[in-house]
Design a binder for this molecule. Structure first.
Ligand code: AKG
Ligand code: FE2
Length: 191
């Protein structure tokens, strides 16, 4: 979090290098979540991704991958980019954390930082071993609002947000909105 604040040159008067970390205090309630993934060993490529193309909702995701690759990312240049950007595999680098930028960070930085579209696909090494990964989805504390990040690098960009209404939400409301957009119909259909 401090690296982001340093890179975005947040002035000391606004919190400086602690600008982002101050808005993710462990002591306050938030939607921050840890998810453990197990992709079972399997002999054949299923053809469809093991986790479909998506971006994460929070500010950043810290991902640990173990032994077996499979994660792929897209380097879109904007939120609305419709061009067919190729998938790039994100290899497993031992003792390394992978950081993905999420939708909240993209909106918060007015589109300067892009939320990474990613998916998980079958890798031949999965023939002999299951794949494991752990993702920590960092969310702003519940009551935080998305006031634009006070960075001299973020001024007139305006392509960060998929829905302008989201800009007036708190972090908790935004997360509920994203969950509703993704799972709303599914929840209705099983009620
Ligand atoms: O298992 C992985 O490497 C990524 C999983 C993922 O993208 C997610 O849970 O949001
Ligand atoms: Fe993800």
């Amino acid at each position: 979090m401090q690296c982001f604040a340093i890179a975005l040159q947040i002035p000391d008067s606004e919190g400086g290098m602690n600008y982002f970390s101050d808005k993710h205090p462990w002591s306050e309630s938030s939607g921050t979540m840890l998810r453990f993934h197990h992709y079972p060993q399997q002999s054949n490529n299923p053809g469809v991704p093991l986790a479909g193309c998506h971006s994460d909702y929070g500010s950043v995701t810290i991902l640990i991958q173990k032994d077996i690759p499979g994660l792929e990312v897209k380097a879109y240049r904007s939120h609305n980019d419709q061009t067919d950007v190729p998938w790039i595999s994100a290899p497993v680098i031992p003792e390394t954390l992978l950081i993905n930028i999420g939708d909240a960070m993209q909106m918060w930085t007015n589109g300067l930082l892009k939320s990474t579209k990613h998916r998980v696909v079958y890798h031949p090494a999965q023939q002999t071993q299951p794949r494991y990964s752990i993702a920590c989805f960092l969310q702003l504390s519940d009551d935080t609002r998305f006031h634009p990040v006070p960075s001299p690098l973020i001024s007139n960009l305006n392509e960060g947000c998929e829905d302008e209404n989201a800009l007036c939400m708190t972090a908790k409301e935004y997360l509920q909105y994203k969950l509703e957009m993704t799972y709303g119909n599914l929840m209705k259909s099983i009620k």
